[in-house]
Design a protein around this ligand. Structure first.
Ligand SMILES: Cc1cc2nc3c(=O)[nH]c(=O)nc-3n(C[C@H](O)[C@H](O)[C@H](O)COP(=O)(O)OP(=O)(O)OC[C@H]3O[C@@H](n4cnc5c(N)ncnc54)[C@H](O)[C@@H]3O)c2cc1C
Length: 410
């Protein structure tokens, strides 16, 4: 049995690590040449995703992940702000206390270490051909590879899923995001005090929102073993994410450098009514960390997610159920897909018919994906609902009494 995986992101590498540890012949083909130079901030893994990783990885890699991650239960309860910096609610129970946050780069490097020389970097898949008993992938360097099963782990805009479904399964949601990393020490004492050691979320007028994720992998380590830590975030930081309706103006941000994206975000939030002090997080950010991206999502109806007949070509993660970051679940469900698919491959080796094992996997994967997309889209819709005169007026009417109530409670 030979498994070809297209895409060495988190899902593809997790699957390869699991197959390799069960002595199944696997090769991952990844278009990036340097995994340490890839984008991304922190990834949240809930207990289900951690259980899947425990099943997929050797103990030493799992130890390394926990030593490099911050435990959610060690930070204060998350809060909801308004756009003027007034507290509206404490969000208890939204994030599981045993969830962990880990740098995307750190997690990817730990997984890649387990996969070792079964990972081929700098190889972009350009096409796949399926025959009765095999599947062949062709690459940009003119080479080909043939296997028994091919897995598309090639993320949003997946070539493999487009080939399976006949079209791209994900579409723009109407929101764009800008993100960056700000060291706590770079904030003023008053803003440090307001934000505290917790994550927060705020919705503002005209389709705007601001997320601030607290990340301290050293001080809040899930496993206190600094020698095993590979965290790239060395100092307590906030990962912020600002959200805007997609317009011709925001489309132009894609051509700007980090400092200009930061300035454009601050200017637009201020124009939309955000208080200057809530924007300090953006003003003091590291410009080289700032990026802009579009929020894409696949359908939230599971029957639309994997509409093809199960066979020797399948897919996982964002390739099928691309999820906006508003639920913090994209990586976790890609890893759970990987664990389920590893079990399916094992069953096929044990004699279970391939279409049956892959069919069961794809049904559950679609349900898992649809659940995450539904949750993430709820927040996207809430943010976009304020992008009208009526929506903004409602927000301005509802929020001040909520803020006053919170002040009284405190
Ligand atoms: C640059 C980037 C930054 C991100 N930052 C965050 C973040 O800060 N927080 C968060 O929660 N989530 C983030 N995500 C999303 C999160 O990583 C994914 O939701 C999650 O990892 C899903 O895993 P996946 O394996 O399905 O897809 P991905 O992790 O996206 O992996 C897909 C991989 O396939 C490769 N690939 C694509 N096409 C081809 C091809 N034709 N041939 C070969 N290789 C190919 C890509 O280079 C990529 O490495 C980010 C994703 C990316 C790509």
């Amino acid at each position: 049995m030979r498994v070809l995986i297209i895409g060495g992101g988190l899902g593809g590498l997790a699957l390869a690590a699991g197959l390799r540890s069960r002595d199944i012949d696997v090769t991952v083909y990844e278009r990036d040449t340097d995994l340490a130079a890839t984008g991304g901030y922190h990834i949240t893994l809930d207990p289900r995703a951690q259980r899947a990783l425990t099943d997929l990885l050797p103990d030493v890699a799992m130890r390394r992940i926990r030593a490099s991650a911050a435990l959610a239960g060690r930070r204060d309860a998350d809060v909801m702000w308004d756009w003027r910096g007034r507290q509206l609610a404490v969000l208890r129970g939204v994030v599981h206390p045993d969830a962990i946050d880990i740098d995307r780069i750190t997690l990817r490097l730990i997984l890649a270490e387990v996969v070792g020389d079964d990972l081929r970097t700098g190889r972009t898949c350009l096409g796949i051909e399926t025959e009765d008993a095999a599947v062949t992938a062709s690459f940009d360097d003119g080479s080909t590879a043939t296997g028994d099963i091919l897995v598309g782990a090639d993320g949003a805009h997946s070539l493999v899923t487009r080939r399976l479904a006949g079209e791209s399964p994900s579409h723009p949601t109407g929101l764009v995001g800008t993100s960056g990393r700000t060291r706590i020490d770079d904030l003023s004492a008053s803003e440090r005090g307001r934000l505290g050691t917790r994550s927060s979320f705020a919705i503002g007028p005209r389709g705007t929102a601001l997320y601030a994720g607290y990340l301290d992998p050293a001080g809040h380590a899930a496993l206190d073993d600094p020698a095993e830590s590979r965290a790239v975030t060395r100092e307590p930081s906030f990962i912020w994410g600002a959200m805007f309706p997609e317009t011709a103006t925001t489309a132009g941000w894609r051509n700007l450098d980090g400092a200009r994206i930061r300035d454009a975000s601050i200017s637009l939030l201020h124009k939309r009514g955000w208080d200057r002090r809530t924007l300090e997080l953006l003003e003091r950010t590291m410009p080289e960390s700032v990026a802009v991206y579009r929020f894409n999502a696949a359908a939230s109806d599971p029957s639309l997610l994997a509409p093809w007949a199960p066979g020797r070509v399948t897919a996982l993660g964002d390739a099928v159920h691309s999820t906006p970051p508003t639920a913090g679940m994209g990586a976790g469900i890609a890893i759970r897909d990987a664990e389920h698919l590893m079990r399916a491959v094992h069953e096929i080796l044990g004699g279970r018919p391939l279409p049956e094992a892959i069919g069961d996997y794809e049904r559950e994967m679609a349900l898992r994906g649809a659940e995450a997309i539904t949750l993430a889209m709820k927040t996207v819709r809430q943010v976009l609902s304020t992008d009208s005169a009526l929506g903004s007026a409602l927000l301005r009417a509802v929020v001040p009494p909520m803020a006053a109530f919170q002040r009284l409670r405190r």
